[in-house]
Design a protein around this ligand. Structure first.
Ligand code: PGA
Length: 261
């Protein structure tokens, strides 16, 4: 695990975008696991800038999103289909046939979930998976109590998540109760995991994920089991980390880190 602490949300987003861009540059048909929510927006902005200014090429990239609300059509402005189109896909040269987002409107969820898992495998597995973290420590919609071996399936959202996401809807009653989500086990099979967190609202979840016990009560703590997981966080999100100065020391000593004056 690498814990990388940046002075701002913009700085952590640019640094994490560089990791994704590096994967795409070295493997043009890379399989990217993508995330929604407010946190990855600046990272997507940076990828779009790299595409436009530096020619970062997405034409052979395959993408898989983590989750989608059940019951929202792809056209609904709070669906994750819509989010991805608006915040990334329509601005880059990704082939629409290479985009995979869980369906929120299928009639047979178990069959769809199995197809999604099979499709990830057919594409050779996910090279790098982007993740946010919920204030309750969830990754994707793997709420507290989700099995750490879980696969793509339907989950009932926790009340905390409904409260957190109500800001995007007209009212709390409009927030869907169910979502289709990759499982923790699915996520852990990606070659590399990149988790982003910003703000003091995430400080407890980040401390639980990095320094707490590995537990289904904080599904982000499962990243402790992964051989290549990176946490890109700002100072506020790092606020509850007991070992913060140690992580900062490691970060300062990394090859390529700026030398102190
Ligand atoms: P946020 O959501 O980026 O909107 O804070 C993160 C998450 O719930 O995974």
């Amino acid at each position: 695990m690498q814990v990388l602490i940046y002075p701002s949300y913009e700085a952590l987003s640019v640094a994490a975008a560089e990791v994704i861009a590096e994967v795409v540059a070295t493997k043009p048909d890379a399989v990217l696991g993508l995330a929604t929510g407010s946190t990855p927006r600046a990272l997507y902005k940076e990828l779009i800038r790299m595409h436009k200014d530096e020619g970062l090429d997405f034409s052979h990239v395959r993408t898989f999103n983590l989750d989608e609300y059940v019951g929202l059509t792809a056209e609904h402005d709070q669906s994750y289909h819509y989010f991805m189109h608006e915040n990334l896909f329509k601005h880059i040269n990704v082939n629409p046939q290479n985009i995979h987002i869980p369906s929120g409107t299928t009639h047979n969820y178990p069959a769809f979930c199995q197809w999604y898992e099979d499709r990830i495998e057919e594409c050779g597995g996910i090279d790098v998976q982007l993740l946010g973290i919920g204030s309750d420590g969830h990754i994707a919609f793997n709420e507290p109590g989700s099995s750490l071996g879980s696969r793509t399936r339907i989950k009932t959202l926790a009340e905390q998540t409904i409260d957190d996401n109500a800001r995007f809807f007209k009212s709390k009653d409009d927030v869907p109760i169910y979502a289709i989500t990759m499982g923790v086990g699915t996520i852990l099979e990606a070659d590399k995991l990149v988790l982003l967190a910003s703000g003091d609202g995430k400080a407890k979840a980040i401390a639980d994920a990095i320094e707490g016990p590995i537990s289904a009560m904080c599904t982000a703590s499962s990243l402790q089991l992964h051989p290549d997981s990176l946490f890109f966080i700002d100072g506020a999100a790092a606020g509850n980390l007991e070992m913060r100065s140690y992580y900062e020391w490691i970060q300062a000593k990394m090859p390529g880190a700026p030398h102190p004056d």
